[in-house]
Design a protein around this ligand. Structure first.
Ligand code: ZN
Length: 673
């Protein structure tokens, strides 16, 4: 086997995994990606020419994917968390090459044939699953099509990848272009002091008087939730829901990009013989049919809508007037304070991030028997990024975690977990998994640590659940290790499951230390916080169902939708399911990156689908005790450790002893008669 030769000076080619992130520059990207793709193309020719395939042959294909991942994963990561115009260009250019490589590989009939030959051999269960998924993915890459259709399909995929990247870029650019400068303190009435402090610092850094605000998610949320002046809330709401629309500068308008994306997806589906993109999407999912997904969503909507309508009526009654889209968070928070006597900001004072992390790590140790400790050497991409190492209690190394917690410019919004290094045991070298954990929390101010809201805590636990899935895997083949190879609609199971712990009194006591007294959160506040979990939960449920139904119906159309069709469908879903009035200028679809830039196309329903699995899985812990070691170990072995090496339903049944049921989720959300 040919190995990549090390080009000195290029950290992406050092052979070190993970690489020294701090040393990677935009100019390293093109040569590294070019070199690795050339070497692996040569290897593919060799692999295709070999005789009857063996397990060694199968391992060679896995090693090849890992070598590409070692170069490409850091580039993708840096483009998300530390973007620059140069890096972005290099990334986008190489994205085309990488996509081309994989579409060529996916259409390589000789390699496909070798996998097909292997499927008859005596294999272990993970190996059989690897072959099954590989054959499916080859077919979905068009390998079985006649040459002309195959070529058309390949081109279609390339264009699609480029269009999706463009969609996301437009959203990022619209975000970054927004600035709100204010010199009148009265206009900012209601905003929490830490946000004002940061805005003052941002203004000072630009030699401006007053306060300077951006459009990052925490700022947007704080404005909508706390700004007393309705005009300010409206200004932020408008900016947020019109990003990358016809109301933005023309070069960022995503309407035509959406049309292109839908056209390309429909064409891809048709070429592969599916009646629409939704059917194609389901080929890789746990859900069995379009009807099953739509019934599931519509059933949940029917059960929740009445609760949401009651909640909204209660909210309008409380406000004493009709509410607009930009009023809902604000009055929800006010109602929450009035009825639950709990304020988001008051609670923020209880959650210094270092304390939350210490409590979280303690919990993980208790449940799964692994210890997480900080690593101080090595340079990452930003001075505030942190590395951790994970070991079993007997000292056996398990993996690593690279965490990037704070919001800043040139960093993609939201929170996510991503694979940095996959676990593999393929002979020569045992490789342990490393996870990226990325959040956008308010950064520390001066020498004070970051204080996060309880919502942030839940987000952190969510992403940590994904990280545990990635890190506690025991699968030896990287393509099936951790979250890899797990059906999209089941992949949120561990993350949503783990959120439950952010609501447990035992955990809340461990992760809190008040800003001035250092005391843990008092019992009465724990009780109130817990009852807040179902506060306005019908509205939250309906909001997610709106997104999910819009996404699924959009992709289940037999014909691609025009800009007007998209708007009409969205309006229709809102009229049917929605509860909150949406203003005419709202162009939410133009920044719906989950489905137009991410992997959630005809798959947004997965969040709710997996919530059912997660709530039902956690109900096993409610029966046995939330910290029961035996149940935790069964969860680890049956769900986390097996990753994608087994069918998601089989894993669930192995853990729960039966297929999933809806009741625990409805109970958890308080949506029960
Ligand atoms: Zn998630």
């Amino acid at each position: 086997m040919e190995r990549i030769t090390t080009e000195s000076g290029n950290p992406l080619l050092s052979g070190q995994v993970p690489p020294t992130f701090g040393a990677i520059r935009a100019e390293h990207v093109r040569p590294a990606v070019g070199q690795v793709l050339t070497a692996e193309r040569a290897l593919i020719v060799e692999l295709a020419a070999q005789g009857a395939p063996s397990l060694e042959w199968l391992r060679s294909t896995e090693k090849m994917l890992e070598r590409i991942n070692a170069v490409w994963s850091p580039v993708q990561h840096l483009n998300s968390v530390a973007s620059s115009p140069e890096l972005r260009d290099a990334h986008n250019e190489c994205l085309t090459d990488v996509t081309a490589f994989f579409s060529e590989l996916g259409q390589n009939a000789a390699i496909y044939e070798k996998f097909a030959q292997l499927s008859g051999s005596l294999l272990s269960q993970p190996e059989a699953e690897l072959i099954r998924q590989s054959l499916r993915d080859f077919r979905l890459a068009g390998v079985a099509l006649p040459p002309e259709a195959r070529e058309a399909y390949r081109k279609c995929q390339l264009e699609l990848a480029a269009k999706q990247a463009e969609f996301e870029q437009h959203v990022m650019d619209s975000n970054d272009a927004f600035e709100y400068h204010e010199t009148d303190r009265a206009a900012l009435s209601g905003l929490p002091e830490p946000d004002l402090e940061r805005a003052r610092a941002a203004a000072a850094a630009k030699h401006l008087e007053g306060w300077l605000f951006r459009l990052d998610p925490p700022t947007y949320q704080t404005m909508l939730m706390h700004a007393d002046r309705s005009e300010l809330r409206e200004r932020y709401y408008r900016a947020w829901v019109t990003r990358a629309s016809e109301q933005s500068p023309a070069q960022w308008n995503n309407h035509p990009v959406i049309e292109e994306i839908l056209k390309l997806r429909q064409r891809s589906a048709a070429l592969l013989g599916f009646r629409n993109f939704a059917a194609l999407s389901l080929a890789r999912k746990m859900a069995e049919s379009e009807e099953q997904v739509l019934e599931f969503l519509e059933d949940l909507a029917r059960r929740s809508r009445r609760f949401a309508q009651q909640e909204f009526a209660q909210l309008e009654q409380f406000a004493g007037r009709k509410l607009e889209g930009w009023d809902v968070s604000y009055y929800s928070e006010k109602l929450r304070q009035a009825t639950l006597k709990i304020s988001d900001e008051e609670l923020r004072d209880y959650f210094p991030l270092p304390r939350v992390l210490a409590g979280l790590f303690g919990l993980v140790e208790q449940l799964f028997g692994v210890r997480i400790t900080p690593v101080t050497d090595g340079t990452l991409w930003h001075e505030t990024a942190q590395a951790f190492r994970i070991k079993r209690l007997d000292g056996t190394p398990v993996g690593g975690l690279l965490a990037d917690f704070y919001a800043r410019p040139n960093k993609r919004g939201g929170a996510w977990m991503d694979s940095c290094v996959n676990r593999s045991r393929l002979g020569e070298r045992a490789q342990n998994p490393v996870a990226h954990l990325v959040c956008n929390f308010a950064p520390p101010t001066g020498d004070k640590p970051s204080y996060i809201t309880h919502t942030d805590v839940v987000t952190l636990f969510h992403e940590f659940g994904h990280s545990l899935h990635h890190l506690l895997t025991e699968v030896d083949y990287p393509s099936l290790a951790g979250i890899n190879g797990v059906a999209w609609d089941a992949v949120e199971l561990p993350s949503q499951f783990f959120e439950n712990y952010a609501w447990r009194p035992e955990v809340l006591r461990e992760i809190t230390a008040h800003r001035s007294t250092g005391a843990p959160i008092p019992e009465d506040k724990i009780e109130t916080l817990r009852s807040s979990r179902t506060f306005l939960s019908g509205l939250a449920m309906i909001r997610q169902l709106e997104f999910a139904l819009f996404d699924f119906r959009l992709h289940a159309r037999p014909e691609p939708a025009s800009r007007d069709d998209v708007q009409q469908l969205l309006n229709q879903v809102r009229a049917e399911v929605g509860v909150v009035r949406v203003p005419d200028f709202n162009r939410f679809q133009c920044s719906f990156t989950h489905i137009f830039a991410g992997g959630y196309a005809a798959g947004y329903y997965s969040y709710k689908w997996a919530e059912v699995l997660a709530a039902d899985a956690f109900s096993a812990f409610e029966e046995s005790g939330a910290f029961d070691a035996g149940t935790a170990d069964r969860f680890r072995r049956n769900i986390l450790a097996v990753g994608g090496s087994r069918d998601a339903m089989a894993s669930f049944v192995a853990f729960r002893g039966r297929p999933p049921v809806l009741e625990p989720l409805l109970r958890q959300a308080g949506i029960v008669e």
